[in-house]
Design a protein around this ligand. Structure first.
Ligand code: GLA
Length: 388
């Protein structure tokens, strides 16, 4: 990958003298979905796939971006004096948003950059290609301009830019997983205060399989922002009867005792998911620590049902993938992962069933949906790095 991006840089911009190559990972979330903006827990891990960039400083204030994944768009030019979102800027709104967010915090770049990007996360698959791009940008800005920020700051700046520059009101999970990833570990993060623990996720006799429905989660912006508003409405109603800061403060029992305060039936379903999913996530991590993979899998399955029925962020194609996965012997758990409305599922599958899983789920998906599913047996990797 290093050679490929450097070669492209030479080809496009004349030379790659003094360029450095950087990497930031995508993520998969094991459990704890749509809890991160509700003050709950999440349990994601960084992947070994992600986004790479060759970057070099310029003498002027120009910015030149090129993505090897979107070659048709060619070189997209901009300038440090024009850090505003625009349709024409297309995907470069993500790196530009991060540059803008640094500047907002008083960390101003003193020269422009030439950038060539190449990623191996399938776009729009729910494996956080955008968060990896944001964390990657923050990571190379810190390295090249000496900005004094921690990796947690990189996550927060990425989220801030996505919320305020790109209009997607995402939580902190994806950027946190990318910036703070640790090989062979998942991150048990409490989004209420950003406290976290790493939990080993080397499964004895089983693999983590990500299945891509190849349905791009295009509704993600609108549908996502609506879910967020519905959760906030439910919280506001509940706050009239209980003293809580977020839905993550409630146990299932407390929710059941107070849910009648929620005026709207749809908002009540959303809140139910947020509360129960948070508790499931806490329990799932306990189960994992106790080596009880069976219970972990059952909680993953329950998470899917709740996301399908109460939070309503699944879709027919994803439901087929999950239902078919549940039928295969040796599948410990399977659920939708990420923002939803398409994208991927995550499954834990016993070693001896990995092949059968891909064959059976792939064939059933083709037969029932008429589409091809892609399977990745994923490895859990580290956070961002300079590629030597
Ligand atoms: C998207 C968002 C995250 C999180 C998930 C759902 O990936 O970016 O912040 O809310 O959806 O769990």
């Amino acid at each position: 990958m290093k050679k490929t991006v450097l070669k492209k840089m030479e080809e496009l911009y004349g030379d790659a003298n003094g360029a450095k190559v950087y990497f930031a990972p995508g993520r998969v979330n094991m459990i704890g979905e749509h809890t991160d903006y509700n003050g709950g827990h999440v349990f994601p891990c960084a992947l070994t796939i992600g986004t790479y960039a060759a970057v070099k400083k310029r003498a002027d204030r120009k910015l030149r971006f090129y993505s090897m994944n979107l070659e048709k768009l060619g070189v997209i030019e901009s300038s440090l004096d024009d850090l505003k979102p625009s349709d024409a800027a297309d995907w470069t709104n993500y790196p530009k948003g991060v540059m803008w967010a640094f500047a907002e915090r008083g960390m101003k770049m003193d020269c422009g950059l030439d950038i060539v990007l190449n990623g191996n996360i399938p776009n729009g698959s729910g494996l956080s290609s955008s968060a990896s791009l944001e964390v990657l940008t923050g990571f190379y800005l810190r390295d090249l301009f000496g900005f004094d920020v921690t990796n947690v700051d990189l996550a927060l700046i990425g989220q801030y830019s996505e919320n305020n520059f790109n209009g997607m009101n995402c939580g902190i999970m994806d950027q946190f997983a990318s910036a703070m990833g640790k090989k062979d570990h998942a991150i048990f993060l409490d989004t209420a205060d950003l406290s976290y623990q790493y939990a080993p996720l080397v499964l004895d006799g089983a693999k983590i399989i990500v299945t891509n429905s190849n349905v791009k989660h295009s509704l993600v912006n609108s549908g996502y922002n609506t879910r967020r508003k519905e959760s906030e409405q439910a919280l506001a109603d509940l706050q009239k009867v209980v003293e809580i800061k977020s839905l993550g403060d409630l146990t299932e029992e407390e929710f059941e005792a107070n849910k009648s305060a929620i005026q709207d039936a749809v908002c009540a379903k959303r809140a139910k998911h947020a509360v129960y999913e948070n508790q499931r996530t806490i329990r799932a991590v306990e189960a994992l620590k106790a080596n009880n993979l069976k219970e972990f899998g059952e909680l993953m399955n329950a998470s899917h049902v709740s996301l399908r029925d109460d939070y309503e962020v699944s879709c027919d194609e994803i439901d087929v993938l999950v239902e078919e996965a549940w039928k295969v012997d040796g599948v410990i758990g399977s659920r939708i992962t990420g923002g939803g409305f398409g994208g991927c599922t995550v499954s834990i599958v016993k070693d001896e069933a990995v092949e059968a899983f891909q064959e059976k789920v792939g064939a059933a998906y083709q037969a029932r949906v008429g589409k091809t599913a892609d399977f990745y047996v994923v490895e859990i990797g580290d956070g961002p790095s300079i590629v030597e």
